[in-house]
Structures are given as C-alpha cells and as structure tokens.
Design a protein. Structure first.
Length: 371
C-alpha cells in the first residue's frame, strides 16, 4: 500500500472561553491553530493526522512540507514501525523535540488511521482496548488571570456536567476562587506551565496545600529538571504531573527514575503519535506511574488521544479544553455532554473531517505533494 500523495492544512478557528484570554505559553489565545496531515494511498484509503500547532503552527507546517512529505512519498503506509525508525534517525539531528517530532507525530497518527481503516477496526481496538462507550472528561480551562472570571468559568463547567476541573492559573487567589466555586467534593488540578524555580514551587505548594489539589502540573523550570521536580514532589505534599514537554521515551525514563512524577502526561501530537504512547504507557506501568494523556487540541489528534486514552488509560479522565469552537470538522465528536465524550467506533480514528468546515477556516491554500 504505497503513499501516493501528502496534503497539509492549517486552520484557525475562533472560539469562546467566556472571558478575555491571558497570554499563556507565549500565545495570546484568540484562535485555535490546527495543523492537519492527510496521507493518500494507492489502495484508496486516506489517513488523517495532526501535528502540534498553536503558536508554532508555521514552523510545523514548514517541516511537513519541506522535509516529511518528500521523505514518505512512495513509501509503504503499512510500515508504521519502519518509517518511524528511519525518519526518527534522519530527523534527530534537528532535535529530539519540536516541529520535527510534531511532524512525525502527525504521520504516526495518519498511518494508524489507515491501518484501522484497512482492518475495519477502530484505533482503540488495534491498541488492544476493550469496548467503552464514553470517557469522563475534565474541563481544562485556559488562563483568565482574574479570580471572578475563574469562578464564573468553573460554575459554567459544573453546569455542563463536569466534575473534574483543571486550571492554568499561576497565582493563589484565582486557584482559591476555583475551589470555592466548585466545592470540596470536586477534583481540582492546576497546570502552571513550568514557571518556577524549585524554591518558588515549594513555596507555592505550601500556599496551595489547603486546596486539596489532585495534582500540580509542571511547576518547575526547566521541564527537564527532573531532580528538582522530584524535590517538589517529595517535599511539597501535592502529587506532581508532567510530560507534555518530554523529549521522548528516554526522557520519561529519566523522570521516572528520578521519582519526578506521580502522573505521566504524554501528548500524542508532540511525543510521536500512538506508537510512542504505547511505549510510554508500558514504561509508566513498570514504574507505578499513572498515565493521564495530555490533550489540548481539536483536530485528528483529539480523536487519536481519545482512542489512546480509552485503550491504555480507561480509568483516567480525558482532557478537554473548556472552550466553545465556532465549528469543528468533527462536529459532535469533539463535544462533551454531561462531562463525557463519545469514543468513536468507526474504523481508524472513527471519522474523517468535514472538508467543507475545514476549508472554511484555512489560513492558506492546502499544500499538496503528489508522488
């Protein structure tokens, strides 16, 4: 089954978060940037993938168009492991994280989509999962930076059936406002996106100790300071989650060996696709670390993450950004109802995107690479 064409798409979709967004991750969130990869084959089966986009969408698109696409045209789409190994070696000189790994993640997702369609099985089945109709979500709020807005957003999420909430706030008043809004029985997590030294993180952990956090996510800069993170985990009294920014399987191993994580959070569109997620899930199990995949996107990676979560971590909540998109090429599949999302049962990822909706939000004309 040869790859006969590669297509790349970049979309920007307006969304509503119920307030004015704060700068987070170097990005003033006004639009949802999504990078799509489409793989066509001579068997008439197409596969869809997503590479990490957001503020780095332009860089990721460049890698897809100038390096990945020429390298895979004419290759066997069934050779998921072989392509992963060969391209991983070819691209490693450009870094073990960043746009090249994001591009390989999109490819891996698309090839698994093709494999599922060829076998007429959903991805979660190919990964060895048991049938599951839906996944419980946690509402992952973007950063508001104002206590009143945080409280109002939590109340809206609770009204939509969510019982688990994650903030991206970095100061105590906003986090306290969330706890007051959702009550003592709901689970509350906080992702601070690597802002603090070890000493600052320990100080914040003491400030937050009475708020009964389910986890504190990425409290230490840089994210590769696993020894420092281990100190925060052991001395701070709050479970530590991390892994969205990990540089592959061996970075996770180093983190686990250092005792730096209670919860591992690989991101399917940043770490290498479902193939990498399977490896990391096995490693986490061996070290007794809980797997809770990271998901902050709405393209093919959303569906891939949902399949992976259902197959490899069915008892862990699924992350859904608490925003309302103007429209989605997947329509209802990315919507949460009563705090749950439906797990697709169709082959591969379960659904191809609605091209009319996708084209409506294109940043530029799609790039097509024929064989």
């Amino acid at each position: 089954m040869k790859i006969t064409a590669v297509e790349t798409y970049w979309t920007q979709t307006p969304f509503d978060m119920g307030g004015k967004p704060k700068v987070m991750g170097g990005l003033n969130w006004q639009m949802m940037n999504t990078v799509w990869l489409r793989i066509r084959t001579d068997a008439g089966i197409d596969g869809w993938g997503e590479a990490f986009g957001h503020g780095t969408a332009a860089a990721t698109m460049t890698v897809l168009d100038t390096q990945l696409a020429p390298a895979i045209l004419g290759q066997d789409a069934r050779d998921i492991a072989g392509l992963r190994q060969r391209l991983g070696k070819a691209f490693h000189i450009y870094g073990r994280n960043g746009p090249h790994v994001f591009a390989l993640s999109a490819l891996d997702i698309a090839l698994w989509d093709i494999a599922g369609k060829a076998a007429n099985q959903p991805l979660w089945r190919l990964l060895g999962g048991s049938p599951i109709e839906s996944m419980t979500c946690y509402a992952s709020l973007l950063r508001y930076g104002e206590a009143a807005q945080v409280a109002a957003a939590c109340e809206r999420a609770a009204g939509k059936g969510y019982r688990d909430f994650k903030l991206h706030e970095i100061t105590t008043p906003e986090i306290t406002a969330a706890r007051d809004a959702i009550g003592d029985d709901a689970r509350l997590m906080v992702d601070v996106n690597c802002p603090w030294t070890v000493w600052q993180a320990l100080g914040m952990a003491r400030e937050l100790e009475d708020l009964d956090l389910t986890w504190l996510e990425e409290p230490v800069w840089p994210p590769g300071d696993h020894e420092g993170m281990s100190r925060v985990r052991l001395e701070g009294g709050i479970p530590i989650a991390a892994g969205e920014n990990a540089a592959g399987l061996h970075d996770f191993r180093t983190a686990f060996e250092a005792g730096a994580q209670d919860i591992a959070q690989p991101s399917v569109i940043k770490i290498g696709g479902p193939s990498a997620m399977v490896e990391i899930a096995a490693l986490a199990k061996a070290f007794g670390v809980r797997l809770v995949p990271h998901n902050a996107y709405f393209g093919a990676g959303f569906l891939a993450s949902l399949h992976v979560n259902a197959a490899l971590a069915p008892d862990s909540p699924f992350e859904r950004l608490f925003v309302d998109l103007e429209a989605s090429p997947y329509h209802d599949l990315v919507q949460a109802k009563d705090g749950k999302v439906t797990v697709p049962t169709g082959p591969g990822l379960g659904r191809d995107p609605d091209m009319d909706v996708l084209r409506r939000y294109l940043v530029r004309e799609p790039t097509k690479h024929p064989a």
